[in-house]
Design a protein around this ligand. Structure first.
Ligand code: CA
Ligand code: CA
Ligand code: CA
Length: 237
């Protein structure tokens, strides 16, 4: 790599760029950018600055010096980048590497960009709600919210503790658990997508209580009454 005609007054800045293809970034949780730079660098993804490493703040020109000299020339510096900076199809990443002085005797650069994929099902139990109480008889309708960021849910399995209760392949992924015994129960569901990836719901705890908690009518309106109508005093009984 050339530094110009004068070893005592080298070019300060060297520019690198790379095009690459990305699939639909809506399936990505974030991007991890790892950068090797001597001495400083600014990284742009599709024209947006995504990493400012060992460079002064403010406007950067081709004559701007890196903030300090770098002795760890091969160390990777990591930055988390929002995946919304990426587009489906062709992307451009551009890097300007700056020296800390016009007579710096070394330059290093490398870059790795990794997308964190968020493609497993996201699943939760929507009924019963956690820590709820259900009077017996214990017939519990378990309803589920299950979505897949990049595909479809193909199967939802229901568990009490580690015991398999049943499964369904059809939305809205409901399961009716009949004759649930009294006491505390802990349930969870596992959703599987069309790629075979699984998502596990948070566990839900509920309690089946004995008997009914509804009101008990002791005397009904319109009941038949005995009566005494001979004028004697019956006191309070
Ligand atoms: Ca160095
Ligand atoms: Ca250098
Ligand atoms: Ca998926």
């Amino acid at each position: 790599m050339g530094y110009g005609p004068d070893a005592a007054n080298k070019y300060i800045t060297t520019y690198f760029r790379q095009t690459f293809i990305s699939p639909d970034p809506s399936t990505f949780s974030n991007l991890v950018l790892r950068l090797v730079r001597d001495d400083g660098a600014v990284v742009y993804l599709n024209g947006v600055e995504v990493f400012h490493s060992n460079m002064p703040t403010g406007a950067i020109t081709h004559l701007t010096l890196a903030s300090t000299s770098t002795s760890t020339e091969n160390a990777f510096r990591t930055n988390i980048v929002n995946a919304t900076n990426l587009v489906e199809g062709v992307n451009i990443i551009a890097v300007e590497v700056h020296q800390s002085s016009a007579d710096s005797n070394d330059l290093s650069f490398d870059l790795e960009l990794t997308a964190g994929r968020n493609d497993t099902p996201i699943v939760s139990i929507t009924n019963p709600v956690n820590n709820s109480t259900i009077p017996s008889p214990g017939n519990v309708t378990i309803t589920v919210s299950a979505i897949d960021p990049n595909g479809i849910i193909t199967n939802v399995q229901f568990f009490v503790g580690n015991t398999f209760l049943g499964q369904t392949t059809n939305a809205p992924f409901t399961f009716i658990w009949t004759n649930v015994s009294e006491g505390a129960q802990v349930i969870s569901v596992v959703a599987r997508d069309n790629d075979g990836f699984i998502g596990l719901s948070p566990a839900i705890k509920f309690t089946i209580t004995a008997g009914s908690t509804s009101n008990l009518t002791l005397i009904s309106a319109g009941s038949i009454w005995k009566y005494l109508d001979n004028g004697t005093d019956q006191g309070t009984a």
